[in-house]
Design a protein around this ligand. Structure first.
Ligand SMILES: [Zn+2]
Length: 413
């Protein structure tokens, strides 16, 4: 198979095909898109590209190759300092499918180590070369505490093929762009830079707003959650024009304990978090606590310094395990419900294990997102006694087979 057709077949396999342009009857008011520039950093390519993006006030995603970060660490720093998101694009850009498991792990973990050595906020996503995604690639990413970024919809500019002319790059990059699209470019392609002002102008004409991978992921997840929990999708971009990020949808800034001079004043906040459980994941702290009968429940807060906390959202909007949860038949759960949650992070996934009084223990799984917080998947499920999970000190729920929770250490059956 030729190099080009191999790339294309990988893309097709990964993302279900390149859908031909179709005129949409209901064009969304805003299309949230992420531009990704692969294969850097090289100063001769990155510097003019960064200048263009700065002039256009656009933040993009740069998928960097570990070996090139090694060669050009200063360029990687400049990319990060300009506010672009850096993602892991492997150590040597080898085909993931040509590597055995150990080599695949080394490709991902090696690049992660190199990039983190020069960029303080390390990558949160793996973006595999040739976009070859399968279970082994996902596992290698998870070993490095990364998730594989999976675009909701992919637009391929084909700029990796030098036979594709500049005008064709422009056409491809601006055709069939949807809300949630990732548009694939390469840092090294001169014609892409030449066309970039025209590409951005056309995308803006189509109501495009430009987000990084993490911002796009969070924004799409926030609107999904809004549309599943409260009927029709809510506007994801307020009138001010700035896209809503999941982690920013929380409490208004009314009071801060931070005195701004390196000291703080107690209390940290005027909210009650009974049975707080707090964990550290890398440089980030996360906190949840008891909410009993209150819905939404299980708030998750985020901090980088343990003083300034931000509400990211809730693990669930509604809990309905019977008429008492709906105040029907004269029943109620006042003072019952969710007690003493246990927050854990394992292999790229956040879990909140919590007792729900009289209803066993539940696992509210979350997926990881960029350093600004977590996105909520709303996939609560009861924990079965034989599931191999990390039990924490607060997870004092009831085992359906009446083993004490901590006694449930049987092998999966
Ligand atoms: Zn690449």
């Amino acid at each position: 198979m030729s190099h080009r057709s191999r790339i294309l077949s990988s893309l097709l396999a990964a993302f279900g095909g390149l859908v031909p342009a179709v005129a949409s009857a209901a064009e969304p008011a805003v299309k949230r898109v992420a531009l990704v520039f692969d294969d850097g950093p090289r100063p001769a390519d990155a510097e003019p590209l960064l200048a263009l993006l700065a002039k256009e006030k656009v933040h993009a995603t740069f998928s960097l190759v570990g070996d090139r970060v090694n060669e050009n660490p200063e360029t990687a720093k400049v990319v990060a300092a300009a506010g672009h998101e850096i993602v892991n694009h492997s150590q040597t850009h080898a085909h993931p499918r040509d590597l055995d498991d150990a080599a695949l792990d080394r490709e991902v973990a090696g690049a992660q180590q190199r990039i983190r050595a020069v960029v303080v906020a390390g990558p949160h996503w793996y973006w595999p070369p040739y976009l070859e995604v399968d279970d082994r690639v996902c596992a290698a990413a998870a070993h490095a505490q990364l998730a594989v970024y999976t675009p909701r919809h992919l637009v391929v500019s084909m700029d990796y093929d030098t036979k594709v002319l500049a005008a064709e790059i422009l056409r491809r990059a601006t055709t069939d762009v949807r809300d949630g699209s990732v548009i694939l470019f390469h840092e090294w392609r001169t014609e892409t830079r030449e066309q970039l002002p025209a590409i951005l102008a056309e995308l803006r004409r189509q109501n495009g707003v430009f987000l990084t991978f993490s911002e796009l992921f969070a924004s799409l997840t926030a609107s999904d959650s809004a549309s599943t929990s409260s009927g029709p999708a809510q506007a994801s971009v307020p009138a001010g024009g700035e896209p809503l990020i999941a982690g920013d949808a929380g409490l208004p800034a009314t009071r801060t304990a931070d005195n701004g001079n390196g000291t703080f004043t107690n209390p940290l906040f005027y909210d009650e978090f009974s049975d707080p459980d707090l964990i550290r994941v890398g440089e980030d702290y996360y906190l949840t606590g008891t909410t009993m009968h209150v819905m939404p429940g299980l708030p998750v807060l985020h901090s980088r310094d343990l003083v300034n906390w931000r509400l990211l959202g809730y693990a669930f909007d509604r809990l309905d395990l019977g008429p008492e949860f709906r105040l029907e038949d004269g029943k109620e759960i006042y003072g019952q419900g969710v007690w003493a949650p246990c927050l854990r992070y394992h292999n790229g996934t956040f879990h909140i294990f919590t007792n729900i009084n009289r209803h066993a223990t539940h696992d509210h799984r979350q997926v990881r997102r960029h350093g600004r917080g977590v996105a909520f998947l709303q996939n609560r499920r009861p924990i079965l006694h034989h599931q191999r999970v990390v039990y924490g000190p607060h997870a004092h729920g009831r085992c359906p087979r009446r083993h004490g929770f901590f006694a449930c250490k049987q092998a999966p059956t």
